[in-house]
Design a protein around this ligand. Structure first.
Ligand code: FAD
Length: 309
């Protein structure tokens, strides 16, 4: 059995693996894609100490770092079930999609999240070419340009407020008849001179010139199609944690995020979680990496305190 079994090969999982292995723990790492969401990213300019990199480069660097250590990598696999240890210090079981069962004294869940897509023509084609999902990450790439934000909940309105300080103009499109964001955010939004709010505006198509986004079409409350010229579309209709397989096993919040404390401990003793799959408030690479370290150090702390099986 492993001392630490990490599920997910994104930044959180990679960091947890390095930290666990450096403690001399028998470490396993299960995942289907090294780098996780980082692989879907074009430019990255906010991973502190690396002023500029891109997704595939950073993912390769994460993998190379993990491979410097004695980590047993179980590649191309997803976990589908977690059986918690019957008593503290006992072995947890993790069932993989291929039916194999792995046992470990501690488990670190780092399965990340994915952005909900609009599912309209042009969205996939222009991803990273004008279609973006993360205002903290990509906002500065649109300095002085015109963008739209699709989604009128808290994240959409927060994104519009954030982007309004950077870009030339923001159009916020909300599918329903009113914004769903907290009133204080809506009040702030309405004070901004370079924001237009459109309600009953259903985004139906993202247009481009083959290289970049050039506009967007939405169906208005009048039933007609309308066109806006712009350079960027931020899709803000939800970040979904990859935790469906854990439902009923440990405590998740209403969004499906794994509830963790400041030690990255979950509701099950010996099971820790890190990164975008958790209740951590900001979903960023640098934060996922930090949490992976916290989770691994917490697992070590747990192991030196509980009796051996
Ligand atoms: P993830 O990166 O989501 O990795 C989780 C991994 O676990 C994935 O490989 C997933 O396939 C795997 N997995 C899921 N379920 C299972 C399972 N059941 N069993 C095994 N494995 C599983 N952040 C920044 O800081 N700067 C940026 O510039 C930036 N740009 C971004 C651009 C885009 C387009 C996107 C989508 C995100 C961006 N982010 C950026 C956010 C950043 O990528 C995430 O915050 C970070 O990757 C989270 O790391 P993580 O390890 O928690 O999860």
């Amino acid at each position: 059995p492993f001392d630490v079994l990490i599920i997910g090969e994104g930044p959180a999982g990679a960091s947890a693996a390095v930290y666990a292995a450096r403690k001399g723990l028998r470490t396993g790492l299960v995942g289907d894609r090294f780098g996780g969401q980082v692989m879907d990213t074009a430019g990255i300019e906010n991973f502190i100490s690396i002023p500029e990199t891109d997704g595939p480069k950073l993912a390769a660097a994460l993998e190379a770092h993990v491979r410097q250590y004695d980590v047993e990598i179980i590649p191309g696999q997803r976990a589908k079930e977690l059986f918690p240890a019957p008593q503290p210090g006992g072995l947890h079981g993790v069932v993989l999609e291929n039916g194999a069962v792995l046992h470990s004294r501690t488990v670190i869940l780092a399965t990340g999240a994915h952005w909900r897509h609009l599912g309209v023509p042009g969205e996939e084609e222009y991803r990273n070419k004008g279609v973006a999902y993360c205002p903290h990450c990509d906002g500065p790439f649109y300095k002085g340009k015109r963008v739209a934000v699709a989604g009128g909940g808290n994240s959409g309105v927060e994104a519009a407020i954030d982007l309004a300080g950077i870009v030339a103009h923001v159009t916020l499109l909300q599918r329903g008849s009113h914004l769903k964001a907290d009133k204080v955010l809506q009040d702030k939004l309405h004070t901004l001179p370079n924001v237009t709010v459109l309600t009953e505006a259903l985004t139906t198509r993202i247009e481009g010139n083959g290289r970049n986004v050039t506009g967007l079409t939405y169906r208005g409350g009048d039933g007609a199609d309308h066109h806006i010229d712009l350079e960027g579309v931020f899709v803000q209709i939800g970040l979904l944690p990859n935790t469906g397989w854990l439902k009923g096993t440990l405590d998740l919040n209403d969004f499906g995020e794994i509830i963790v404390n400041d030690h990255c401990a979950t509701s099950i003793p010996g099971v820790f979680a890190a990164g975008d799959a958790t209740t951590t408030p900001y979903k960023q690479i640098v934060i996922a990496v930090g949490e992976g370290a916290t989770a691994a150090l917490s697992a070590f702390d747990y192991l030196i305190r509980v009796p051996a099986p």
